[in-house]
Design a protein around this ligand. Structure first.
Ligand code: GUN
Ligand code: ZN
Length: 431
């Protein structure tokens, strides 16, 4: 029999969705909690004492009262190839792509470099408590193989896709409508549903895909409807104006995707800041998900995501670092930025809502919420254990806290990788 492991300490539990109901009814912290792992699964979650009595032979890992056992963080929109150019200074989106991003993505034409960056990126995410990412790769198919292979080495759940671009990018990064279809299809056959990997069909965004390419990828998605489809939508106003020039016969930015079948329940639109009413209505109607990228939206100066308005429409919303447009690998920092943007819009999020967005909310946007994103019986054993007193500055604030929510909020606002005490991936301890 596989050895059982009993983790004890404060445990973050979800009873519902705090974006749709009062947070206090949806999220709780069991201060004397226990989580029983067996193999790659969470077998049972409950009171530490009761679990210890029922499973006396389980190995014990005890976390103190200043720790919190959480679901592993889920980063719903990243570009792993941009790892080495994170925090590049002072450009708007299109200049930033041309001056920093595309030259770096060209370097991944070397498969050895792609392997190095993929491994480095996953190491960084695990150190920051992120157990699942949904990543764009480069246009080179081997860049997707590199990430899937590196993730499989530590049995890490990953969603990824070869980025497709057949215009408005350097020649060296161009594919074609046909090669994007063929290469994506081969990658789907190789990786989708292989272990913990799943595939996202990935047109980068309308400015870099011709209508022919969007149509080819729409057809591919129709043939493989269990894949996700990830792309960018309405991130900056000058990008939207460019899309309007490129596609004068469409109703709006979303329509440039919709016309080619690139909308539906498993669609994932990153940023989605400057939406028209029709776009919001269509997204709500079709069940597509949006991904909020707050550190990126402030760093590249894109704008303030309308969390309150979009959650009121019951649109699934994930949270993401958008590495390397975002300025941090940390989902703690990402939650802090989401809080600050909420403040600027007059609708601040509670710590319970922030941590739900970074775990179950992102998992829901990736349609993986029945297997990851929650510390629940039968879920995959991806866990991040936070130390809520990880630095002197945070410790002295936590000492003054009257409950776990106050401590957690201080770690969200001030914490980084030092706050990540342990990471469990598929039942294996990693930090
Ligand atoms: N829009 C198209 N490509 C990108 C990218 O790589 N990063 C961001 N932030 N926006 C994009
Ligand atoms: Zn992006």
């Amino acid at each position: 029999m596989t050895q059982q492991i009993l983790l004890t300490g404060p445990v973050l539990r979800f009873d519902g969705n705090p974006m749709l109901m009062p947070w206090a009814d949806a999220v709780r912290i069991d201060t004397e909690g226990g989580v029983l792992l067996e193999g790659d699964r969470i077998v049972q979650v409950g009171a530490a004492n009761a679990l210890a009595r029922t499973y006396p032979k389980a190995d014990r890992v005890r976390y103190g009262a200043d720790h919190l056992i959480c679901p592993g963080f889920v980063d719903a929109h990243v570009h792993y190839p941009q790892t080495a150019i994170i925090a590049s200074w002072g450009k708007r989106l299109i200049d930033w792509l041309n001056d920093y991003t595309f030259p770096e993505e060209m370097r991944l034409s070397d498969p050895d470099y792609a392997d190095i960056v993929a491994a480095r990126y996953l190491d960084l995410t695990i150190a920051h408590g992120t157990t699942t990412v949904a990543s764009y790769c480069t246009t080179h198919p081997h860049s997707a193989d590199a990430l899937f292979r590196a993730a499989a080495m530590c049995n890490q759940r990953v969603v990824a896709g070869k980025t497709c671009m057949d215009r408005n990018a350097p020649e060296g990064l161009h594919d074609t409508a046909q090669s994007a279809y063929d290469d994506s299809k081969a990658l789907i056959e190789r990786w989708h549903g292989n272990g913990r990997a799943s595939y996202a069909i990935t047109p980068r965004f309308t400015p870099t895909s011709t209508p022919d390419q969007l149509a080819a990828l729409g057809a591919l998605w129709a043939e493989h409807p269990s894949c996700l489809m990830q792309t960018h939508l309405s991130e900056q106003t000058d990008e939207i104006a460019w899309v309007r020039d490129l596609c004068p016969d469409t109703r709006d930015y979303l329509d440039t995707y919709e016309q080619h079948g690139l909308i539906g329940e498993r669609a994932l639109y990153g940023h989605a800041i400057h939406l028209e009413q029709r776009e919001v209505d269509r997204i709500a109607e079709t069940g597509a998900a949006l991904v909020h990228c707050p550190t990126s939206n402030t760093f590249i100066g894109s704008g303030l995501f309308d969390m309150a308005g979009l959650r009121a429409r019951r649109i699934p919303i994930g949270l993401a670092s958008d590495t390397g447009g975002g300025s941090s690998f940390s989902m703690l920092r990402t939650m802090a930025a989401a809080y600050e943007i909420g403040q600027l819009r007059g609708t601040p999020l509670h710590a319970a809502e922030l941590i739900w967005l970074a775990t179950a909310g992102s998992a829901r946007s990736l349609r993986l919420n029945d297997v990851i994103g929650s510390v629940s019986d039968g879920y995959e054993a991806d866990l991040t254990v936070l130390n809520l007193a990880s630095t002197p500055a945070i410790e002295q604030r936590a000492a003054q806290a009257t409950n776990h929510w106050e401590s957690l909020f201080a770690t969200i606002m001030m914490g980084d990788d030092r706050a990540v005490a342990d990471v469990w991936i598929a039942g294996v301890r990693h930090v």
